[in-house]
Design a protein around this ligand. Sequence first.
Ligand code: AHM
Ligand code: MG
Length: 349
Amino acid sequence: MYRPRRNVVTLGEFIIDRQADFPYAKGELSSLLSDLSIAAKIVNHEVNKAGLVNILGEAGSENVQGESQKKLDVFANEQFLAALASGSECAAVASEENDDIIIFDGTSSAGKYVVAIDPLDGSSNIDVNVSIGTIFSIYRRKTKNMPASMEDFLQRGYDQVAAGYIVYGSSTMLVYTTGNGVNGFTLDPSIGEFCLSHPDMRMPKTGSVYSVNQGNFIHFPEGVKRYIKSCQMDDKANKKPYSLRYIGSLVSDFHRNLIKGGIYIYPPTLHAPKGKLRLLYECNPLAMIAEQAGGKASDGFGDILDVQPEELHQRIPLYIGSEAMVEETLQFLREFKDENVHPSLVTQL
Ligand code: AHM
Ligand code: MG
């Protein structure tokens, strides 16, 4: 008998199909991921027409890091908060754009999960039509029978139950993990659905791309300088010299390296001794994805996912990507840890 079939698997179908894999499966985490994907579609729509409408430019306010916010940052933040607030699974959100955690009232305070999010990462690229992204991290709440609190967010990356990102690039993709491999979905604008395009993503063990803001070179620790120099050597056996690729949007640089192999580095610098990137909603979610895809993420000493956070907007150095490349960088850091490092970095490290 003829049975019509279609090849496309939508994100919604995939999430429901995988629901049984979740240790506490009752559909709440699935529902939370769906809420995030809906907000992602709305943000994508706005990102795509950003050049056409008066939504570009400074919003006139500064975020908690003292950085100027773009209008699209504000819009994305509002959309993700609204999507999470309207579901009943998320009890509270920590966002790069908000000083404090946002605790949802009413039924949502019973939600079992909290979400840490960078609603629009790489915001300096908005005005120039270069890829930007959203990064999210989901934890089970620790608090019970009371409103969510800071304690729910200050959990190690290894405690994440799910993590993901959306890259608004030449196409828009949502990539996520629930600790059971990594899967990527591409938005098909004609039907408005994220469709499974990259099942079971694996990060190549090594690559030939390094991503770092080399403009800060003189302020890097000696080990990072030596690693960069080794990337530039003529060394055919190890496929060096590597290519330098730095978009300046962490999500986009990470996404390319996830697919093609490579390393992304944001080390401590003289002016930013703890690096620039935020542990909770930038480094931890990408570290979970990297590890789930066979890659590695370190702060220069140990696994990023093993770091006990002390504050919401904590910054941390990041070395993330193909396992062999991260390992090699760590070797350089160990070998040159005492050499030629600016005194302020020695005390901070
Ligand atoms: P943002 O969250 O304010 O956009 O900052 C994070 C971004 C990352 O996406 C990117 O990799 C990095 O900052 C670039 O920083 P720099 O310009 O110092 O190289
Ligand atoms: Mg960011």
